[in-house]
Design a protein around this ligand. Sequence first.
Ligand code: NAD
Ligand code: UDP
Ligand code: UDP
Length: 315
Amino acid sequence: MKNISSKRVLITGGSGFLGSHLCERLLDEGHEVLCVDNFYTGRRANIAHLLNRPYLEVLRHDICFPLYVEVDEIYNLACPASPIHYQFDPVQTTKTSVHGSINMLGLAKRVKAKILQASTSEVYGDPTIHPQPETYWGNVNPIGLRSCYDEGKRCAETLFFDYHRQHKLKIKVARIFNTYGPRMHPNDGRVVSNFIMQALKGEELTVYGDGKQTRSFCYVDDMIDGLIKLMNSPDDFTGPVNLGNPNEFSIHKLALKVIEMTDSKANIVFKPLPFDDPTQRKPDISIAKKVLQWEPKIQLDEGLNKAIKYFRDML
Ligand code: NAD
Ligand code: UDP
Ligand code: UDP
């Protein structure tokens, strides 16, 4: 059903993990959705259940090339997000963040659309401040294996703020922290999908390093709420704003939890830590709480149960 205040919303990366949930939520809210994706890491299966919805349009397109469409809002999510995928073709990763952002900002400028950038906690690199507030400028290696992603996303933030200052664009920048849930790519090497798949298949869970490094995991539904609240926030609020769950877990503890929750007989095996792997990560979400009245509602056990069910059904 279309609602009376329906908007035309472009979602780049709309067939990916987060993008597919966002397409679904905005269609449910009665908006027209244009899902643009080059299917690099996204899958048609993620949006297959939406293809019969009359207000969804899907376009195969690489945002590194110009795009001329008429929309009211743009969520710029296109970019491979897992280390395996973004390091597979690092030049393309930087191009997607930089050329892709320029094209989407040019589009927003021409049609006067509001535009939101899916930035990342990786802009903080291996942080020396804990938890990370938005005012922290980060500790990022500019020439390492993660740099194509980290520096690409940092440059995209620069472009967003320059289009805002120079061309008065309405921008929103979300710094997304580790998010998990159904429709994560089962082979993208991210820790939650890896551990659940390994546990369900009875394979050894691969903990990198000593497993003492930490991450804070946000369930996808909470993240989608946060992104939509940010898009709908007053025009003078640009962010950057951290979105994530501040509950911090060590990777070793996560492995033990997944084994317990899946009733798996699998063991843990320790493997070398990837280069430049951040040691700690936890968002300071005071700004999101105050300005967006947002905070995550779904804690790790509940969210993991839903993710485990998804991967079990898939197997
Ligand atoms: P994902 O890989 O599932 O989705 C990315 C989507 O972008 C895919 O569908 C892919 O095919 C598409 N894409 C990639 N390059 C493209 C291009 N040049 N043109 C058009 N489409 C392209 O990843 P995700 O987890 O859904 O992440 C979505 C966004 O959120 C990304 O920008 C990512 O950097 C950001 N983010 C995600 C997380 C997380 O934990 N999931 C954390 C921080 C930031
Ligand atoms: N662009 C686009 N769609 C549009 C308008 C612009 O893809 O509807 C692209 C175009 O390729 C352009 C880029 O966005 O190079 C940046 O646009 P902008 O107007 O900021 O700068 P230009 O390069 O046109 O001076
Ligand atoms: N990790 C791990 N085993 C895996 C996959 C990842 O121990 O099978 C670790 C990884 O080294 C990192 C953390 O889990 O410390 C989160 O990794 P992920 O790739 O999910 O996200 P990111 O490093 O981008 O936060």
